[in-house]
Ligand binder design. Structure first.
Ligand SMILES: [Zn+2]
Ligand SMILES: [Zn+2]
Length: 90
């Protein structure tokens, strides 16, 4: 999985932006603020910075998020409501 370390070495502007980040890293973890790497999210069309620990967690936890669970529940409830409405009409 590519990260911005290479970019940091090659691009002085990126290096300037990352001057507070310890060498060998290219981002600070979005979750715990520890040094990590900036990369594309494995499941979402976004990018962020994660330490190795939280990166592994992201990879281990596939696209099941609270959001997707909530959406499934809302869809299920609306199906029941529609079914009830039809039942009452009959
Ligand atoms: Zn990196
Ligand atoms: Zn972290």
């Amino acid at each position: 999985m590519p990260c911005y370390c290479q970019e940091r070495l090659n691009n002085p502007k990126v290096a300037e932006l990352m001057k507070d980040i310890p060498e060998g890293f290219c981002g600070l973890c979005d979750i715990c603020d520890r040094p990590g790497h900036t990369r594309a999210h494995p499941n979402l069309p976004t990018s962020g910075a994660w330490c190795d620990e939280h990166w592994k967690e992201l990879l281990a936890r596939p696209s099941i998020t609270i959001d997707s669970i909530l959406k499934t529940i809302i869809i299920a409830i609306s199906f029941v409501m529609i079914a009830l409405a039809i039942y009452r009409l009959i």
